[in-house]
Design a protein around this ligand. Sequence first.
Ligand code: SF4
Ligand code: SF4
Length: 325
Amino acid sequence: MAVDYNKCIDCGKCTRHCVFLDKYGINLKEYAKRPDLAFNCYLCGECKRVCPVDIDGRQLSLDLREKRIEDGYNLYTDGYRTLLLEKRNYIFKNYKNVNSKIALFPGCNFPAYFPETTKVISKKLNENFGISTIFDCCGKPLDDLNMKKEKENIKERLNNRLKGLGIEELVLLCPNCFYYFRNNLDIKVSMIYEHEEIMETLVSKDSSKIEGALFLPCPDRDQRIIYKILERYVDYNNLKEIKDIQCCGAGGCASIKEKDLTKNLQDGFKKYEEKIYLYCATCTGMINKSNTNVDHILCKLLNTNEKISSGIKTVKNRALFSLKK
Ligand code: SF4
Ligand code: SF4
């Protein structure tokens, strides 16, 4: 759906609230005339939250991306090759031993950053509830790049495979998978925190109080569905919400185009002395690059005390799960 940026009243709020727009000295109306910057937006939605006439920079960026690809722009030769080769038909997927109607689907980045916690969750769900684990990518990165053909292929492949296996529900760990699948999968999806019985077997009695700062993942900031579910396990009175940083830097695959800006976003977290809690593995891994005093709420609840993996180890972790028997 094309964005009607002509409604813009040039108030400048979007520019003031967005490091990307600010860097290029443009507002959303002007961004609409910059197809060269199509892939530089973090798709965080901060502009829409502040815009008095409700213009959505995310949709604008997606429209620009679609148009550029239609015009022949080749993402493979412009920095996205590695990402695309991994994700377009996820090379680390693993459907071995899937024999349950409900399956755990940890996504790409939770197993990448927290392999040991992933193993604990997978084992407990299998032992206590007969739930199998599927390792695959939901397809969100290619959706963000707005590669229509590739994302349709992923959607079709996933739906067919899950249907063929008789899967009726996926239990998720990742907010990106959750919001993406809600609109793109034919079967039910749920966040692990919704399952009280499962959480009872996972949450450690030794888990200490969660207090410090909280950074919300972009996909959950408007509706706060996961935030509200987590209220069962987290007292938000003990967490100060970080609101002055728009994105961890991973959104929209913009970090490939905006290396310095992404580093600045991550460095913005350095000033927080208290522990920063998150419920998105991608955010946790990204922020960990500048401030190691971070933890994923799920790891904290399970008391796994896992050191967050980084760099090439995250690729190795994903690869190892693809080999798991
Ligand atoms: S979606 Fe985020 S990064 Fe993109 S223009 Fe809006 S505020 Fe800026
Ligand atoms: S916030 Fe909305 S109205 Fe204001 S400059 Fe940006 S797009 Fe225009």
